[in-house]
Write a protein of this length. Sequence first.
Length: 425
Amino acid sequence: MAQFQAVKGAKDIFPEEVVRWHYIEGVIRSVTSLYGFSEVRTPVFEYTELFQRGIGSSTDIVGKEMFTFLPDPNGRSITLRPEMTAGVMRAFLQKNPGAGVPVHKLYYIADLFRKERPQAGRQRQFTQFGAELLGVSSPAAVAEVISMMMQVFDTLGLHGLRLRVNSLGDHEDRMRYREQLRSYLEPYHDLLDEASRERFEKNPLRILDSKNPAVQEIVAGAPKLLDCITIEGRAEFDRVLGYLSDRGIAYEVDHLLVRGLDYYGHTAFEVVSAELGAQDAIGGGGRYDALSKELGSNSEIPAVGFAVGMERLIITMEKQGLFATLCPHGPQVFVVLQDASLEDEALRIADRLRRAGITTETDLAGRSMKAQMREANRLLAGFALFVGQDEVASGSYTLRNLRTSEQLSLSIDAIPGVLLESSKP
RNA sequence: GUGAUUGUAGCUCAGCUGGUUAGAGCGCCAGGUUGUGGCCCUGGAGGUCGGGGGUUCGAGUCCCCUCAUUCACCCCA
């Protein structure tokens, strides 16, 4: 047992896996650029009030999951970001104070921190890929954002994901619905579990997405949030659905979908993967028109966005065998030296090959030739180049093709050409 | 925060109702091939059995505490 291990809920990512991240990040960068989104990077910490105001102090995230600290005795409380939307909006408002807001399209791939108990698909430090469309939140804008998210999944080859959408209406709609839901649940009050009873007082909407089967049964007959929405709101939601159908994006309207963050309103959505176990949401998002004012802007900036959990994405892709094509490639050549006295010569040759643009490795540990050859094989090197007394004396080096086992004797000057030629597809 | 689970070699794991020097596979190193890999054969190195305490003639095995892991609740990506 090592004396130190990674902090609970934090993971090391080694090269074999980093390859996967690079691949996914590449797809994200290309798809987002197709939609005209540009990357934004914001600080990993923010003043704590930003999250209290933005996410809402009644949420679990703010209530009990934040890594918060005081930088110095008289300083302001600071928190490691538990999500990106509040920070991106803050950055945007800081850069564009009070300006008439044109459309801005931003995306990010960022590390976040939440002090939860780790479990499958949940870590204390995790990464989200997300996008924020600021300045419009029209049905077309909502559809655009959902469409981009789905295109990323699609390009990665994911299948069997379910997109659930719902409309949370505006604030008044929700207040109205809240009362309807309360009066519906009233007679069942004693049948509800403890958590649901508490929500009955504080935030009855959260009872809708309870995992407790008994509660789900009760909730199944509850009035629908969608039915409390104004005609205009309902029409907008239908237009979003129309755009999705139009683009061939499958969805299901889920009346029980309520997102946990306070700033969401109107359209909300979530994508779940059957491969994930209990934490099955791979991504989610919605409209958050109210956030800008909550953060002190004097004009409301309509906005839509989503976030996708990178680790959950990777788990799902792994389960679906989508990394199979990602084959590792070794160095083009491994320089094998006969004995330690030739180290200088071997390093000179390696240096020369690298300057010629050839990926080259050599033994740095003074190991036997057999061990060096095994290493070359393990690394998936294309060739082995032998550096021995004979070669140095004659100036003619032995180059062995490790795939075909063919060997050639070549002058150093001829080697780069042969290697470059052989690595062409 | 709550519940359960697991913790033996670098890795994946065996170790029956407590009984002498703790095992396997893979990996690693060396040799079989004194200048050559992948397959095969032989040998070798490597373990405070998570940590602490207790019961016992005797504990990897039983009890308590503790730390860590994993999964679930909660919540969310």
